[in-house]
Design a protein around this ligand. Structure first.
Ligand code: ADP
Ligand code: ZN
Length: 220
């Protein structure tokens, strides 16, 4: 199965992706995670990406597209993958179309995670992440057992630089301007499967699985 997860920053895409990859064993490709890993390793790509990310802006399409092209060419993506955080602009989506057409494959669905900006602002300000393994926590919904320490690996749990309130506003603005038009782009292709994540991600996952069955992507 080949999937895209669309949704605003802080919409819970990451959590939904984690759950779906557990259920279906598909490779989870998060462009944000790849950029953050490069920043941590101080690679040239990381240094370049960091200046945009810290401001809540998008990394330029040319850089992002080249990176995802490399990643999708790896053997573990041959038959299934889930893209989380890519595409984020119309040009990225058009490039992805070309890439997939060259491989002779197509997308099964584009999951659109829906949630209001107000809920997002609260969730993002509550979000904490592990510096070592990337695990995500929430001060209100999923606190760490020991404050500031990752339950999974014992690493430091901190607030992401771009989760600070000023940056969240500019990320949301970028999202509405550049990424939201993708919903229409994929709607026209008949690929959109909506998931409401306003209440709980469990509910969103249920909706997604029903959508998969209705589309014949999985069997009941
Ligand atoms: P969120 O979805 O919560 O904003 P991500 O981890 O997906 O967080 O992305 C963090 C940052 O990484 C983005 O604000 C952006 O700067 C950069 N980024 C991630 N994916 C892309 C992309 N497809 N195109 C451009 N920039 C991206
Ligand atoms: Zn950890």
């Amino acid at each position: 199965m080949r999937l895209i997860l669309l949704g605003a920053p802080g919409s819970g895409k990451g959590t939904i992706a984690e759950e779906l990859t557990k259920q279906y064993g598909v490779v989870h490709i998060s462009t944000g995670d790849i950029f953050r890993a490069n920043i941590k390793e101080k690679t040239p790509l990381g240094t370049e990406a960091k200046q945009y990310m810290d401001r809540g802006e998008l990394v330029p399409d040319s850089i992002t597209i080249a990176m995802i092209g490399d990643r999708l060419a790896q053997p573990d993506c041959a038959s299934a993958f889930m893209l989380d955080g890519f595409p984020r602009t119309i040009p990225q989506a058009e490039e992805l179309d070309k890439l997939l057409a060259d491989k002779g494959v197509s997308l099964d669905a584009v999951i659109s995670v829906r949630i209001s900006d107000d809920v997002i602002k609260t969730r993002v300000s509550d979000r904490r992440v592990c510096e070592s393994c990337g695990a995500s926590f929430s001060l209100s919904f999923r606190p760490t057992k020991v404050e500031g320490i990752c339950d999974l690996c014992g690493g430091n749990v901190v607030q992401r630089e771009d989760d600070k309130p000023e940056t969240v506003l500019s990320r949301l603005k970028t999202y509405h301007e550049k990424t939201q038009p993708l919903t229409d782009f994929y709607q026209k292709k008949g690929l959109i499967l909506s998931a409401d994540n306003e209440v709980s991600y469990i509910q969103a996952i249920e909706q997604i699985n029903k959508g998969f069955i209705a589309r014949g992507i999985i069997r009941e």
